[in-house]
Design a protein around this ligand. Sequence first.
Ligand code: NAD
Length: 337
Amino acid sequence: KHSDGKYMVTLIEGDGIGPEIAQSVKDIFSAANAPIKWESVDVTPILKDGKTAIPDAAIDSVKRNYVALKGPLATPVGKGHVSLNLTLRRTFNLFANVRPCKSIQGFKTPYDGVDTVLIRENTEGEYSGIEHVVVDGVVQSIKLITKEASERVLRFAFQYAQEVNKPKVRAVHKATIMKMSDGLFLNLARDISKEYPNVEFDAELLDNACLKIVSDPSPYNDKVLVMPNLYGDILSDMCAGLIGGLGLTPSGNIGDECSIFEAVHGSAPDIAGQGLANPTALLLSSIMMLQHMGLFEHADRIQAAIFKTLAEGKTITGDLGGKAKTHEYAAAVIKNL
Ligand code: NAD
């Protein structure tokens, strides 16, 4: 916090639609007098000892400010540098990825009244990046599950459940097949649940969870779902589909010291630069950020304006069936503040 009462936050605008949706956040925050000063940093990767790395200036900024808002970063498929998103998560040890998925009142989507929270292990599992060719035509990819990373994300899930008044934690797994790796995760979840007697605990197989959620999401509203990395990646996109798509779903990457908030979606190269992007997901991520910083009044006020604009349905972007440009939607939110 600075002497002028404002908090410095690192802003990574990102690729593709990133700068367009970041502009909406900046405009709305400034209209709402949110006490945030943005420190924009460039994360174009550099090579350090032959490895892809994030420029020191960007790392220093996040370390100094503890909190960052991040636009999407494009990852080349196959060869090339390692995903910058993964690099950021590893650099700052952002061990838990929190993905709430809440229906917006008045905005009609395939399902009503969805209010799920999914917590994804963010540092290992199938995303460890340990892959190699065994012999020509045979590739091995290693899913790494450790006690340390599992305990960390599981404890966070139980604490989060208490804080947000969702008194049940459910571990989602495939321990029937991956008996050792998911088995370790599940056993640790059972052990840790004993430390939280006020929170109910149970477990569900991933395939069953998918089937049940799309059949009727309402039984999941009082639960926090916690799971290994890949399952969380896929299941959270599925949940996004229940409430109107990727344009609406925020997330927070939580670490011991620093936290980075970002939309669930990617850089949307198909619509970049055309003013068509929906900034709501990044906006709702910035609301999670304000809540994380304890700035609840500003969070509530901006969130109410967003929900009102969406429910009015007059000035919404193309992905939600409207015709508004990104900046027109942002202007409507500002009017509703
Ligand atoms: P994507 O999320 O960028 O796009 C999927 C579809 O959703 C596209 O049709 C896109 O136009 C639409 N969409 C996404 N966000 C939108 C928004 N805010 N408003 C309106 N429509 C929106 O997924 P992709 O095409 O698979 O990935 C593109 C790039 O983004 C890839 O390089 C990928 O690696 C990267 N990516 C980054 C992140 C991240 O930074 N956290 C997450 C996912 C993907």
